[in-house]
Design a protein. Structure first.
Length: 139
């Protein structure tokens, strides 16, 4: 075979040889995994969009809040005592016999309660028979 015929033969087979070489040198691509039918996830419960009716805070009743301790800073500053008969009449000249938390304008407890809330002591109750220097006559 002459060199000319070898060259022609090479040119004839070259396109096929190139493709074969490229295929041999290319990275192998795995076919995608088979799709398995899976059931859809269960539906998610959605919250109820209607707002809940507003609830008013329950009224404070005796025993639901702690009583003010006479040793607390605010109580000492106001001269609070759990029993009005023990009020310091020398230090607090405004005390008048019979004045007590239950007949003070600031007392928020109901008539007959043994204790109730007072805005001077937030989150706590005062004794109905207590007294402090901020006593104000009920109107």
């Amino acid at each position: 075979m002459s060199a000319d015929s070898t060259r022609r033969r090479f040119i004839e087979i070259m396109p096929f040889a190139g493709v074969a070489l490229l295929a041999a040198c290319s990275p192998k691509v795995e076919p995608p995994p088979a799709v398995v039918d899976t059931p859809p996830p269960p539906p998610v419960a959605m919250p109820d969009p209607t707002p809940a009716p507003a609830q008013e805070p329950a009224p404070a009743t005796a025993g639901t809040m702690p009583l003010v301790e006479e040793t607390e800073t605010q109580a000492v500053a106001l001269g609070y005592v759990a029993d009005h008969t023990r009020a310091d009449t020398v230090k607090f000249k405004s005390y008048v016999a019979g004045n007590q938390c239950s007949n003070c304008a600031l007392y928020l407890g109901k008539s007959g309660d043994t204790e109730g809330p007072c805005p001077l002591f937030p989150g706590k109750h005062v004794a109905a028979v207590g007294w402090c220097n901020s006593w104000v006559k009920k109107a």
